[in-house]
Design a protein around this ligand. Structure first.
Ligand SMILES: [Fe+2]
Length: 425
């Protein structure tokens, strides 16, 4: 598979610019000396090192930056202004303009002091004022692009079309506020669902556009990384949204909210269309101490490779993890998400085993079979998840009396796996 793919989307989420950001330079408020000392790290310099590295640059240009909410911690004007500066810096490092930046608000992007005021109509009207201030030059400019809909008024969703992208953003926190349930879950009204259905329908016959959905709240009930803690904050009517997205052949849903990165690829049998779901985790929020070693701050690039409009997206998800000692490094599975996840081939493990066996059998007399020869004969394996393919290779090898030598790879690594004849006993 070429590393120079057709479309590359950078993803950041849940920056929580303010007192909950991990570095003092990401907080516009005055912090105590102790907090400044404990957060004295050059987070943005580290991101610049990643984005300008030869390995990163040589893998291709970035076509768009996706930002899935909670850019601030409490929605204050100074937090929004700093968040805008930080996102401008991130976009600059990636070579992306405000026109190529797509944003959806999260539940922390609302100005909560206003939310406490009466009458309720007042806060509903002004809660997003700091977000829309012109001081937020970068996010303000990104939100001024031609689009249908609105995040702060009905339908609480926005559709933007570019030359190559159709990006639906849904404000899943639109209903949230002090008068609502104390559990701040995500929700989408019937009115918004109807608007999404009707609006996307207009593009059903346009086969040139890549279809992306951005939402803040998580659509799946993920495992808690540290145990069985209850989570009531998911998007409550997620199944309906996912069905709508599959119906209109949306290829990927990107979300934030949970600060734990997640990657799921699922198939909607009713609509007959697959959808990738990326939980982006948090780019730069201070994470819970209990998560140390299990979760890290994350940055992602979704690469869509060769297009298969009717069958969904195909490509790779690349993920980097941050820690203050090492900066940005390829993520590992123990941090919630492996550095490379390939997607698009929908075959089951059993189907893959059968195919691999059929390719191995003619070569079994060779002693050593190199995996690249197998992928050359079956190029769609490039869109198989590494872990699934390694399992299938191991099973297929065993069934034709070969040993398989290989592990799921890392960013930049090739699949240099081997099938080796078993030693005769
Ligand atoms: Fe968040």
């Amino acid at each position: 598979m070429s590393t120079h793919s057709n479309l590359r989307l950078a993803v950041v989420s849940d920056l929580h610019i303010g007192t909950k950001a991990r570095a003092a330079e990401l907080c516009p408020q005055a912090l105590s000396d102790a907090l400044v000392a404990s957060r004295d790290e050059k987070f943005l310099d580290a991101f610049q090192r990643l984005a300008t590295s030869e390995v990163f640059r040589s893998s291709g240009k970035i076509d768009a930056l996706l930002v899935t909410g909670d850019i601030t911690n409490s929605g204050h004007a100074n937090e929004h202004a700093r968040a805008s500066e930080v996102l401008h810096f991130v976009a600059d490092q990636l070579g992306v303009s405000h026109e190529q930046t797509f944003f959806v608000p999260g539940n922390h992007d609302v100005f909560w002091p206003v939310a406490k005021l009466e009458p309720q109509d007042f806060w509903r009207k002004y809660r997003y004022e700091p977000l829309h201030a012109e001081d937020n030059h970068f996010i303000y400019a990104a939100m001024q692009q031609d689009a249908i809909g609105s995040y702060h008024n009905s339908p609480y969703a926005v559709l933007r079309k570019t030359e190559s992208l159709l990006v639906l953003g849904v404000n899943t926190a639109a209903h949230d506020g002090p008068a609502e349930t104390p559990v701040h879950h995500g929700s989408i009204s019937n009115e918004t669902m109807k608007w999404i259905d009707e609006t996307l329908s207009a593009y059903d016959n346009d086969l040139t556009l890549r279809r992306i959905c951005l939402a803040h709240h998580h659509p799946l009930q993920y495992q808690n990384p540290t145990g069985n803690g209850k989570d009531f904050s998911a998007l409550q009517n997620a199944e309906s949204l996912l069905a709508l997205l599959a119906k209109h052949r949306v290829e990927i849903l990107v979300h934030g909210h949970r600060h734990v990165p997640q990657w799921t690829f699922r198939f909607d049998g009713n609509a007959g269309h697959p959808i990738a779901i990326l939980g982006a985790g948090s780019f730069c929020a201070a994470l819970e101490n209990a998560w140390t070693g299990n979760v890290s701050n994350q940055f992602h690039v979704v690469e869509f490779c060769s297009r298969s409009t009717m069958s969904g997206g195909r490509g790779r998800l690349l993920s980097w993890a941050y820690d203050s000692l090492n900066g940005w490094k390829p993520s590992t599975k123990d941090l919630g998400i492996h550095g490379v996840r390939r997607f698009g081939d929908r075959r089951t493990e059993g189907e893959l085993v059968l195919k691999i066996k059929s390719l191995l059998v003619p070569q079994c007399g060779n002693g050593v079979i190199r995996y690249p020869a197998i992928e050359l004969a079956e190029p769609d394996f490039a869109f198989c998840d590494d872990e699934l393919l390694v399992r299938a290779c191991r099973r297929a090898a065993a069934e034709v009396r070969l040993d398989f030598v290989g592990e799921a790879g890392d960013i930049g690594e090739r699949r240099s796996w081997l099938f080796v004849a078993k030693e005769s006993s």
